[in-house]
Design a protein around this ligand. Structure first.
Ligand code: SF4
Ligand code: SF4
Length: 202
């Protein structure tokens, strides 16, 4: 913030109806006070944001280059994940993971007690999350073995975005393989204990 609000207020950009609703509720509850931002401050913020986005793109290019491409990328991911101790931190802290019955805990997929787990453990995460990963970084930040999990996942998400055009965290329109509303889905999972969204064997 600039002017008399510097150090006393913060700039909040509302990007969705859901966000606007949350802000409205906070204002109504007396937790926040809002007022229109100074146009000069908005302009300055736009410039800083652009600079940060450019910096982010540069780092992403560098990080993706470190993964290589094709078979080389697969080998790198296999080598990185061979350090895994199956602590589940990446799964427990991912905002996209919601299954009650986690496939990584099914013995026919991942052998119980085997450390490091087979690559299937990571393949399950990739298959379930890659199209929806918002690159929040939690799975990497909290990995006990310093495995660059979010880099692995984000690299795959970018490829899927190129193929299907879906932008996770932003785009709620098709094309999506399956659109699931979290609250209803959690209720359904809690009621049935089944993680099968669609029963393909019917
Ligand atoms: S970076 Fe992606 S996979 Fe990792 S915790 Fe965040 S949303 Fe989940
Ligand atoms: S957080 Fe790291 S060590 Fe733990 S299960 Fe995930 S990849 Fe493996």
């Amino acid at each position: 913030m600039i002017g008399d609000k510097a150090g006393k207020a913060t700039f909040v950009e509302v990007c969705s109806d859901k966000g606007a609703g949350i802000l409205d509720q906070a204002v109504k509850a007396g937790a926040l006070k809002t007022e229109p931002a100074d146009p000069k401050g908005v302009e300055m913020r736009g410039k800083v944001e652009n600079a940060m986005l450019k910096l982010g793109d540069k780092w992403r290019e560098k990080d993706f280059a470190s993964l290589g491409t094709g078979r080389e990328r697969l080998k790198k991911i296999l080598a990185d994940t061979s350090r895994c101790i199956k602590c589940y931190s990446c799964i427990e802290n991912c905002p996209i993971c919601y299954c009650v019955e986690c496939s990584t805990k099914k013995p026919h997929f991942v052998t119980p007690g085997q450390v490091p787990p087979s690559f299937m453990f990571h393949l399950i995460r990739f298959a379930h999350i890659a199209d929806s990963c918002i690159n929040c970084g939690q799975c990497q930040e909290l990995c006990a073995m310093d495995i660059p999990n979010s880099l692995h996942m984000h690299a795959q998400q970018v490829e899927l975005e190129k193929m299907f055009g879906h932008v996770p965290g932003v785009d709620m329109k098709l094309p999506l393989l399956a659109l699931v509303e979290e609250r209803e889905e959690r209720d359904r999972l809690a009621a049935t204990g089944s993680d099968q969204i669609f029963n393909i064997f019917k």
